[in-house]
Design a protein around this ligand. Structure first.
Ligand code: FAD
Length: 287
């Protein structure tokens, strides 16, 4: 199918983006990598009157260390995040996440910020940014503010962004040496959206787990931080965890939904498989 006719604006500065968004409200959409927006327009799920192409806006680009944070510009392509030595060193959970996002051709165009703003419940980056305690930097013509990753995602394809706001960058706390990331997902085919996934991080010192964060995705409208299960891990030697008790606690944290391919029961089963893998990966770390 073809999209409805639209006006195309190629912005070269944030001020130009803000001016277009202010003039057109929810009739305007930002175009980043176009890997989700253009498909939605072609299928007429989205029919903006104006699209604002932000590919020429330098303020949205770059990956750099700023104090105790790693800042990833919203327009960083997935492939650049995947290949970044800084991301591998300072936010390894994100490096582990990237290969699971779609296929190489899509990663060449798709962007870090576009994926987060799209807020697909089956997408990987919302969960990984929640697990890391990321902070999202948002701007509009009226100023700038920050939103935690936890509060940014509000539902299926729904975020805390107002119509006139732009996600400029994401700040990730630098991962400490005692902190161990775990990322895995279960999909029918490599590159497909998963049936269930887990982005997690925990400190393991002397073999003992603390500060565990277990964020499951593709199981609910938004990625879920499984706090009851994580609490049971805190203070436990990784090799002696009562894994089945932690798995049982998932029922307190998450009521999985069924989607077109996978029942709620199957998703709960897959979540437990992923959780066992995470605990097993942490056993023996930091001894
Ligand atoms: C076949 C296929 C398979 C895929 N598989 C996966 C997968 O397994 N996992 C996964 O996570 N993704 C997957 N994707 C989606 C891919 O990751 C996209 O890159 C991503 O969803 C959107 O990023 P984009 O840069 O292309 O954004 P766009 O499509 O340009 O925009 C997406 C939405 O975000 C808004 N937006 C973009 N940037 C900003 C910004 N800076 N501020 C405010 N709003 C903004 C746009 O207005 C639009 O509403 C897949 C896509 C395809 C086509």
């Amino acid at each position: 199918m073809k999209p409805r006719a639209f006006e195309y604006v190629r912005a070269s500065s944030l001020d130009e983006v803000f001016a277009t968004l202010d003039n057109h409200g929810d009739d305007a959409k930002i175009l980043a990598g176009g890997q989700s927006l253009i498909a939605a327009m072609n299928m007429r799920f989205a029919a903006p009157e104006v699209i604002v192409d932000v590919n020429g806006v330098e303020a949205l680009k770059g990956i750099r260390v700023e104090g105790d944070r790693l800042r990833i510009g919203a327009m960083s392509r997935h492939v650049d995040v995947l290949n970044s030595a800084d991301v591998a060193k300072y936010a390894p959970l994100i490096s582990q996440t990237m290969p699971s996002i779609a296929h190489a051709t899509i990663r060449n165009r798709g962007t870090f910020g576009g994926s987060l703003c799209n807020a697909d419940p089956a997408s990987e980056l919302p969960a990984s940014t929640i697990a890391l305690g990321a902070v999202f930097n948002i701007q509009s013509s009226s100023g700038s503010h920050t939103v935690s990753a936890q509060d940014f995602f509000q539902g299926t394809y729904a975020t805390a962004l107002e119509d006139n706001e732009v996600l400029v960058s994401v700040d990730l706390p630098i991962t400490t040496p005692e902190s161990h990331p775990f990322f895995d997902e279960i999909a029918r085919r490599l590159g497909d959206y998963p049936m269930a996934g887990l982005a997690a991080q925990a400190d393991v010192v002397g073999g003992v787990i603390s500060n565990a964060r277990l964020v499951f995705f593709a199981v609910s409208e938004v990625a879920v931080n499984a706090k009851s299960a994580a609490t049971l891990l805190d203070g436990q030697p990784a090799s002696e965890v009562d894994v089945e008790a932690v798995c049982d606690a998932l029922a307190t944290d998450i009521e999985p939904f069924a989607d077109l391919t996978t029942s709620a029961e199957a998703k709960m089963h897959l979540m437990k498989v992923l959780l066992r893998r995470a605990v097993s990966a942490w056993a023996g770390k930091g001894a």
